[in-house]
Design a protein around this ligand. Structure first.
Ligand code: ZN
Ligand code: ZN
Length: 104
């Protein structure tokens, strides 16, 4: 019997602008806000993501504070890092690919 390690929780969508770590493109997108002055990086801890007229809003939540990131610096692994994701289930799948297709 071999001991199973818990899978690493990794940063998959790293923001080079503010060094925040995200686990889905939807979450990454949610912390960005575009206004006249350009792109604003909101604090993931306080940002509220508006989904449109019908769906209301979602917040980002910390997925883990013990995550790993290999995207911040080439050849270096950051640990532990706090990684953000969308609040609630179902946010790592279809919505992320939809956003990818739409472009930002
Ligand atoms: Zn950012
Ligand atoms: Zn990262």
């Amino acid at each position: 019997m071999s001991e199973r390690k818990a899978p690493r929780q990794t940063c998959t969508d790293h923001c080079a602008g503010c060094d925040a770590h995200f686990h889905s493109l939807a979450a990454f997108d949610a912390h960005l806000e575009v206004d006249e002055g350009g792109v604003v990086h909101n604090d993931p801890a306080t940002v509220v993501y508006r989904l449109g007229k019908k769906a209301g809003s979602l917040k980002l939540q910390a997925w883990t504070s013990e995550g790993w990131c290999r995207l911040q610096k080439v050849g270096e692994e950051q640990h532990p890092v706090r990684i953000w994701q969308m609040e609630g289930p179902g946010w790592s799948g279809p919505s992320a690919s939809l956003l990818k297709q739409g472009g930002v």
